[in-house]
Design a protein around this ligand. Structure first.
Ligand code: SIN
Ligand code: CO
Length: 389
């Protein structure tokens, strides 16, 4: 596989994923940034787009963070060197950036977070730091020198800064200079430091790994929502205690039984996770996509367009069970029969669907009405529907 420099996806996962960095020269040969620096700056002027600028200066407080949206005047007043503009979720706004994601389908789609694009002036950097997630850093324009410090452990001292987590001590052990098309994979927790050599752009394909505390808190919330207040601790088997002040073994067992029974229901847990992990958490989705059309009108529009695509604001995933398939879209659960497994996997495995691929499902009333509903909710869009911003 070209993207992985000749490594098979399985070899990559086995030897590098979450374990060690990998530099891939010309992962995308002749890669030309689909965005110009001006277009990226234009995105950072939009209120719905998340952006920030990191400036490095001399003196007492060497690092400065500014949150977007920015104005043209702000860009005009930036210094010649030592700053970086970072724009999150660019895949949601620029279809040619979203297309890059198709090359990363050797990793489950629900693990993917977004593509962040940065523009750095000469010597621009966000400082040495660690991230909690896996990232592929694809050079899009100009050159960037990346250094890593595998010796920097979790909890290593940081500079005193209210918003930025910059490592105080960073000892570069290895370094590479990346040209456009080169890509560096970094596992979570590996300290890295990228400095632009001349002006440059970097595409960061970032993954998500929910914190265990978040998982547990969301799961427990889900369980609680289904438990009526009237369901209580009971002890019909109570016998006269030897020590009335003791929480005796029988009481402790009853409490543990409640927790075990209520908190460890595999089926409920699986279904909660499908909803949880596909919740988009994105309030910026353009309302333009939300419609209320009939299946007939939907079919006409789809045929005219020649296909459909997933909204880049939406998250899709499915879970296969023995007798049915559970489809999750943006935190909503849809039940499909086991015979519709291919339909669920088409929707979730791909980002674009040709009319011919969809044809068998357009002939079936259940799948047609589901497609229409997803379209009306803005989770499916016509291929050329560009995001309005
Ligand atoms: C950048 O693109 O400047 C920062 C990417 C990173 O270090 O995670
Ligand atoms: Co980083």
């Amino acid at each position: 596989m070209q993207l992985l420099g000749g490594l098979s996806p399985q070899q990559f996962l086995q030897d590098y994923w979450q374990k060690q960095p990998l530099l891939i020269r010309q992962a995308i040969p002749g890669f030309i940034s689909p965005l110009t620096p001006d277009e990226l700056a234009g995105l950072a002027c939009e209120a719905t787009v998340e952006s920030r600028i990191v400036l490095q200066q001399t003196g007492e407080r060497p690092w400065q963070l500014e949150q977007g949206p920015f104005t043209e005047a702000r860009f005009a007043s930036l210094p010649e060197t030592h700053w970086t503009l970072l724009v999150q979720k660019v895949n949601q706004w620029v279809p040619d950036v979203a297309t890059l994601l198709d090359q990363f389908d050797f990793i489950p789609g629900w693990r993917l977070d977004d593509i962040m694009v940065s523009y750095a002036a000469e010597q621009g950097s966000v400082g040495p730091h660690t991230d909690q997630y896996d990232v592929f850093l694809l050079q899009g324009l100009g050159q960037r020198r990346w250094q890593i410090d595998p010796g920097a452990q979790a909890g290593a001292p940081l500079l005193d800064h209210p918003d930025l987590c910059i490592l105080r001590d960073f000892k570069a052990e290895q370094e590479w200079c990346l040209d456009p098309g080169d890509m560096l994979y970094l596992p979570p927790g590996l300290a890295h430091y990228g400095v632009s050599q001349g002006e440059g752009m970097t595409y960061s394909v970032g993954f998500r790994a929910p914190a265990c505390s978040e998982l547990i808190s969301s799961w427990v919330d889900d369980v609680i929502a289904l438990l009526p207040d009237s369901l209580r601790y009971t002890d019909r088997d109570l016998s006269v205690p030897v020590h009335p002040g003791e929480i005796d073994p029988a009481a402790l067992r009853r409490v543990r039984d409640i927790l075990r029974q209520r908190l460890v229901d595999d089926d409920q847990m699986n279904r909660w996770f499908g909803r949880y992990i596909t919740e988009s958490g994105n309030t910026e989705q353009p309302a333009a996509g939300v419609e209320d059309i009939s299946t007939e009108t939907f079919l006409t529009r789809l045929r005219q367009a020649g296909g459909l695509q997933r909204s880049e604001f939406s998250r899709y995933a499915f879970i296969r069970q023995t007798d049915r398939v559970l489809l999750y879209v943006d935190g909503e659960e849809y039940f499909l029969s086991a015979s519709q497994a291919a339909f669920a996997s088409l929707l979730c495995d791909q980002r674009h669907y040709l009319a011919v691929e969809l044809q068998p499902y357009l002939e079936n009333a259940t799948s047609l009405s589901l497609l229409t509903e997803l379209f009306n909710r803005g989770a499916l869009v016509l291929p050329d529907e560009c995001v309005q911003h």
